[in-house]
Design a protein around this ligand. Structure first.
Ligand SMILES: O=C(O)CCC(=O)C(=O)O
Ligand SMILES: [Fe+2]
Length: 514
């Protein structure tokens, strides 16, 4: 392509302005220039560029929205949705609304990237608010703060700033219009979800969190969490106690004897050598990995290499965890297995002295974490279809090996979980839950790592086995007594992992174990 362009350039009559970049996104160029000035503390220039970017972004949004009016994109859907005139009109209108909502993602996607930058519009307001304040324009700073609060009405830091501005406040009318219109569209779509059997995956959930909560509160005033499908399981820590969102720790999912049986199976896993794509030490040379998939366990059982009972127990434990996580996080919405892996990490003797690394570097399970850009790119090679993650621990007789959650910076630890037999930690697989594992410095740490998806296409192919064992799942440790609540860490107890404890790679990271 470059050569072609050079060839055209050499042709007589072709001028440089004859070349037009049809993919150009002026708001992105302005945004990046604005952010560069902002980072260099050049706030006057930052303000000019960011204002330009914001107004370009809003007009790109209008253009995109205008293109949503039009014929059906999906003819199959058209056929499906033709029961009557009113229904057809409603379905068409809902499609237009969904398309318009999608536009927010389109403008927030940097040319050349697949996934959108989260909070693109609000982040303009956040930066502008600070920059205006720096250049002494409190009125405009306050306007930006007020506009930002339209997106995040309860953001404490911004509310605090608003108090400080103590000035005659206005709101940026363009942004007010944008937010109100978006809210109205979401309300209509949600009406359709509730009454017309539509489904909707909100592309931008910021306003939605607020809106959906209000709507759900009306219907289910008490708790949004579903009841657990098994007796005897304790919720030891919830999201709030873990200083995050969509995180939970359950205890007593397995009994001591079930853990023992599963640990017996891990011995076979070590021998079978089915660890992380045959790499013995995918994350650190100081530990050896041994892994066993459900399918492999079944094959080994078929060959008589392991006990059927143990292989079945692996499947039952996985299915039990799936049911618990589904009913806790997504009551009424099916979660499929996406991948299940019985994994042990064994400290290599004589390799622990002066060790600085982690057993598993900080990562998110469905996106590529970019701590510097405070982004997590939901694009391949990440396993983007993973929606929830679970880890069911089997033992605690090892040193180190705690699971920890961090902020997006990958260094500020917000919660820690000490593995032990029967403890299941579960969390949503996205950027809200970066996590890692401290070095295992002595012994062998075993757990069943579980990933789940809402997407049927990405469901793990062990369905037949699951159905076969489904009826007996409820037998495993379903009547154990409840465990006592465990004290949680408060926000001010958050710690930064010391540099002596880990390395912080600065590059984009994919989960690289398979
Ligand atoms: O074993 C653990 O505690 C976490 C492992 C993990 O995060 C992963 O495999 O993605
Ligand atoms: Fe993970």
């Amino acid at each position: 392509m470059r050569e072609d362009i050079e060839k055209y350039r050499r042709m007589s009559g072709v001028k440089s302005d004859s070349f037009q970049d049809l993919e150009a996104a002026p708001h992105w160029e302005a945004y990046e220039t604005g952010v560069q000035h902002y980072d260099a503390d050049e706030y006057l220039q930052a303000v000019a560029w960011l204002e330009e970017s914001l107004s370009e972004a809003l007009s790109a949004l209008e253009e995109c929205r205008a293109l949503c009016e039009g014929p059906w994109e999906d003819e199959d859907e058209e056929e499906k949705m033709q029961p009557g005139l009113y229904e057809a009109i409603a379905a068409h209108y809902i499609q237009v609304l969904k398309c318009r909502q999608q536009c927010v993602l389109e403008i927030a996607t940097k040319p050349g990237r697949i996934s959108a930058t989260e909070d693109f519009i609000p982040s303009h307001l956040d930066l502008l608010q600070f920059a205006y304040n720096q250049v002494g324009n409190q009125t405009l700073a306050a306007e930006c703060a007020a506009s930002y609060l339209l997106f995040y009405p309860t953001d404490e830091a911004m509310l605090e700033k608003m108090k400080q501005y103590r000035t005659e406040l206005g709101e940026d009318t363009a942004v007010t219009h944008y937010v109100q219109r978006s809210l109205m569209e979401k309300k209509l779509i949600y009406y359709a979800v509730e009454h017309l059997g539509e489904t909707f995956n909100d592309p931008v959930s910021i306003i939605l969190i607020f809106l959906k909560d209000q709507m759900l509160m009306r219907r289910t005033p008490k708790s949004l969490r579903g009841p657990l499908p098994f007796e005897g399981i304790a919720v030891t820590m919830d999201s709030q106690q873990m200083n995050g969102t969509q995180r939970v720790v359950f205890d007593r999912v397995l009994t001591e004897s079930e853990c023992k049986d599963l640990l017996r199976l891990t011995k076979a896993a070590g021998e079978a050598g089915d660890g992380y794509r045959a790499r013995r030490s995918p994350h650190t040379p100081h530990e050896r990995f041994e892994g066993l998939t459900v399918l492999k366990a079944m094959q080994l059982a078929q060959n008589g290499d392991v006990e059927w009972r143990d292989a079945k127990l692996l499947l039952q434990a996985s299915e039990k965890s799936r049911k618990i996580i589904e009913s806790y996080f997504t009551p009424g919405k099916k979660l499929h297995f996406s991948f299940t892996h019985l994994v042990c990490r064994r400290a290599v003797d004589g390799e622990q002295e002066g060790r600085m690394d982690l057993s598993h570097p900080v990562h998110a399970d469905n996106c590529l974490l970019d701590p510097e850009g405070q982004e997590c790119w939901k694009e391949p090679p990440a396993y983007v279809y993973r929606d929830y993650s679970g880890i069911l621990y089997l033992n605690d007789d090892f040193q180190g090996g705690g699971l920890f959650f961090t902020e997006m910076d990958t260094v500020t630890v917000t919660a820690e979980v000490r593995p032990k037999c029967g403890r299941l930690v579960a969390f949503s697989s996205g950027k809200e839950n970066p996590h890692g594992v401290w070095a295992v410095s002595r012994g062998r740490r075993c757990a069943i790592a579980l990933w789940y998806t809402h997407s049927r296409e990405h469901a793990e192919q062990v369905k037949g086995y699951v159905e076969e064992t489904n009826t007996s799942t409820s037998n495993i440790s379903s009547s154990a007594p409840r465990a006592p609540n465990r004290a949680s860490k408060t926000a001010d107890q958050r710690q930064k992992p010391g540099l002596d404890r880990k390395q912080h790679p600065k590059v984009l990271r994919a989960r690289d174990e398979f």
